[in-house]
Ligand binder design. Structure first.
Ligand SMILES: *[C@@H]1O[C@H](CO)[C@@H](O)[C@H](O)[C@H]1NC(C)=O
Ligand SMILES: *[C@@H]1O[C@H](CO)[C@@H](O)[C@H](O)[C@H]1NC(C)=O
Ligand SMILES: *[C@@H]1O[C@H](CO)[C@@H](O)[C@H](O)[C@H]1NC(C)=O
Ligand SMILES: *[C@@H]1O[C@H](CO)[C@@H](O)[C@H](O)[C@H]1NC(C)=O
Ligand SMILES: *[C@@H]1O[C@H](CO)[C@@H](O)[C@H](O)[C@H]1NC(C)=O
Ligand SMILES: *[C@@H]1O[C@H](CO)[C@@H](O)[C@H](O)[C@H]1NC(C)=O
Ligand SMILES: *[C@@H]1O[C@H](CO)[C@@H](O)[C@H](O)[C@H]1NC(C)=O
Length: 335
């Protein structure tokens, strides 16, 4: 029965031209100071085009790790390995910039702890992010992994510098060349600027990754996500027990939307340009200075860098994300 149903669904999908193909995705997130990382994880866990290989957290708070574990568990992805940057801290978010946004990671972590893979307040079982990258990459077919970086670039920098280990005889740089198809980075401003993900933590690490990554990199700058608002609809229509609905409500408030840098990045990583994006910088390459400033340089000799622009209005992009949040949350609530 089950197989017949599966076959019918498969044929129906093929007939509609939808390939039952799932892209290998690794998410590198700073789930902590903004709620759009939670929206991005909801998308990554619920989008039918994603095979989520792993989640690495580049902010070292135990609450970031516990919240991610609660989210993965709730969205039926408890099996997905989780890396958390060392050494751990107990930091929680305090909005000393606008004094309006609320903290959500400790609350999601605690109130959905029954879904989490880790015992409360104990994240010693999380992976070292670099080891997790090396393990996951070594296990995949060549050129099949897309990495979506929606936070700081420290762990990717360490991956590039990593040496052969029990997981692979290759260096980190060789592993990336062999296994990674595309790195998608939410960071920088285009054609030039000064953006948080590049300067906010360790700008040297951001410069190291952007300036020396041995392969294709697609950038989504601050201006692309800033005016795309999403989340309010989830706080109103989402299932009552949904943790990302709760996260948006704690962070922004009921019926309040938030900029969508990270969900847009994950959407591009999964779907490619689709109808939402177009390539802004086609030739040229991105350069990050040691202080985190970036500039798009016009020569592309040897580089495979692009940056994205929206091909639809801010409002349309926001509605598409809202629709996907609802679909994902409703799907999880009834499975
Ligand atoms: C998450 O927890 C809720 C109740 O606490 C439970 O109904 C649900 O089955 C759990 N989901 C998973 C994936 O463990
Ligand atoms: C992740 O990046 C940080 C900063 O570069 C580094 O200290 C750490 O060793 C890396 N991996 C782990 C174990 O968190
Ligand atoms: C975090 O706080 C708990 C107690 O709430 C404490 O046991 C633990 O040592 C702290 N961890 C860090 C990394 O500060
Ligand atoms: C924390 O979890 C690990 C397993 O991930 C376990 O071995 C260890 O005993 C736990 N520590 C505490 C203090 O509960
Ligand atoms: C910043 O990143 C660089 C490159 O990965 C690393 O060498 C340096 O130790 C890091 N600095 C800090 C303070 O972690
Ligand atoms: C949400 O806010 C909008 C205005 O921003 C308003 O038009 C709408 O009625 C509100 N919806 C609910 C359910 O509160
Ligand atoms: C999004 O809104 C900003 C600010 O109003 C505007 O500058 C930009 O052109 C808009 N983007 C699109 C794709 O319409």
């Amino acid at each position: 029965m089950v197989w017949t149903l599966a076959l019918v669904l498969l044929l129906a999908n093929s007939a509609l031209g939808v390939l039952p193909f799932r892209k290998n995705i690794i998410i590198d997130t700073d789930l902590h100071s903004d709620v759009d990382d939670a929206g991005a994880l909801l998308l990554a866990c619920s989008h039918p085009g994603v095979k989520l290989l792993g989640v690495n957290i580049n902010y070292p708070s135990i609450y970031s790790g516990l919240a991610a574990s609660s989210l993965l568990g709730y969205y039926n992805h408890a099996h997905v390995p989780l890396g958390l940057k060392r050494p751990f801290t107990n930091a929680t978010f305090f909005d000393d910039y606008e004094y309006v946004n609320g903290e959500y990671t400790s609350k999601v972590a605690y109130n959905w702890r029954h879904n989490a893979s880790f015992p409360w307040a104990n994240v010693s079982g999380t992976w070292n992010p670099v080891e997790l990258y090396r393990k996951l990459l070594s296990e995949q077919e060549d050129q099949t992994v897309t990495i979506a970086s929606i936070g700081f670039l420290d762990n990717l920098s360490d991956l590039l510098s990593s040496q052969p280990d029990t997981y692979s005889p290759l260096t980190g740089r060789q592993l990336v060349i062999e296994k990674v198809n595309e790195l998608v980075v939410m960071g920088g401003s285009y054609p030039s600027g000064y953006e948080f993900n590049f300067f906010g933590y360790n700008s040297t690490a951001a410069a190291h990754v952007v300036n020396t990554w041995p392969g294709a990199v697609t950038f989504i700058g601050d201006k692309v996500g800033h005016y795309v608002l999403s989340g309010a609809r989830l706080t109103i229509e989402g299932p009552e027990r949904d943790p990302v609905r709760a996260a948006y409500t704690w962070y922004s408030g009921y019926n309040k939307s938030r900029s969508s840098w990270d969900p847009l990045t994950v959407l591009y990583a999964v779907e490619g340009l689709g109808r939402i994006f177009r390539v802004g910088g086609r030739s040229g390459h991105n350069h990050v200075y040691p202080d985190g400033r970036n500039v798009w340089r016009s020569w592309s000799n040897g580089w495979s860098h692009h940056y994205l622009e929206l091909a639809v209005s801010n409002e349309t992009a926001g509605s598409i994300l809202d629709e996907k949040f609802i679909e994902g949350a409703v799907g999880a609530a009834y499975c």
